[in-house]
Design a protein. Structure first.
Length: 235
């Protein structure tokens, strides 16, 4: 299959097209570079340093990562090199796969085939992830506030029952049974401290303001009450 450009036919990109830019890039850094040495696509040697291995592919794949991990048995300096593509989708893939490469102790290189631009996204090395205390606290807070276990592991985000949704449903059930009420009363009776704010924000469309500080239930809120048993883990 051939593609046509402004100057005539262009052949479909091949993995071998990545080799000349990679070879030139490494030679500029003082390496002696050879291709197809043993099972490796590219091997580079500089003095007495451990060898550098580069595996070439047009795009990301799980097989490529498996291949590079296998090369770690030979040297710690292993890179995967892929052809750079235009667009946000590839940029996102680079970001995600750079993270994966770091976790595996691998390096990642992208090659822009139209002009041979080589960019090192990350170098091989030990991975020491930094934990986010803020995210951990949020996770544990949501866990503690969640009543029961109303979701199925692996389900999509759509329809996911969160602690916020459970609290909103408590408010809806109270208004369904008692009628329009002052926010302070709803907060006290349901033990949901932010009841007034939640009813005012009306994230789910369940509440309506009747007068200052007083909220009632919309038809959508009344319909939601029918799910109370499952969502609140009481039926």
């Amino acid at each position: 299959m051939r593609k046509w450009g402004n100057d005539g036919p262009m052949t479909k990109p091949r993995e071998t097209d990545l080799y000349p830019p990679i070879k030139a890039f490494l030679e500029d850094q003082g390496y002696i570079v050879k291709s197809e040495v043993g099972a490796a696509d590219v091997v580079a040697v500089r003095g007495q340093e451990p060898p550098v291995v580069v595996e070439l592919k047009l795009g990301f794949s799980l097989a490529l990562f498996h291949q590079c991990v296998a090369r770690l048995k030979v040297t710690d300096d292993v890179y995967l090199a892929v052809a750079r593509q235009p667009g946000k989708r590839f940029a996102k893939a680079v970001k995600e796969n750079t993270g994966l490469a770091r976790r595996l102790g691998l390096g990642l290189i992208t090659v822009r085939l139209k002009d041979g631009l080589v960019e090192v996204q990350c170098d091989p090395g030990p991975y020491a992830p930094r934990k986010s205390g803020k995210r951990q606290a949020h996770l544990l807070r949501e866990f503690a506030r969640r009543q029961g276990d109303p979701n199925d592991g692996g389900q999509t985000r759509a329809g996911l029952v969160t602690a916020y949704r459970q609290d909103a449903l408590k408010l809806a059930v109270y208004l369904f049974e008692v009628g329009a009420s002052r926010g302070a009363d709803v907060a006290r009776e349901t033990d949901v401290a932010r009841a007034t704010t939640m009813m005012r924000d009306n994230h789910y469309g369940w509440f309506e303001k009747v007068e200052k500080g007083v909220y009632g239930l919309t038809p959508a809120g009344a319909d939601a009450v029918s799910t109370a048993g499952r969502v609140l883990g009481s039926g």
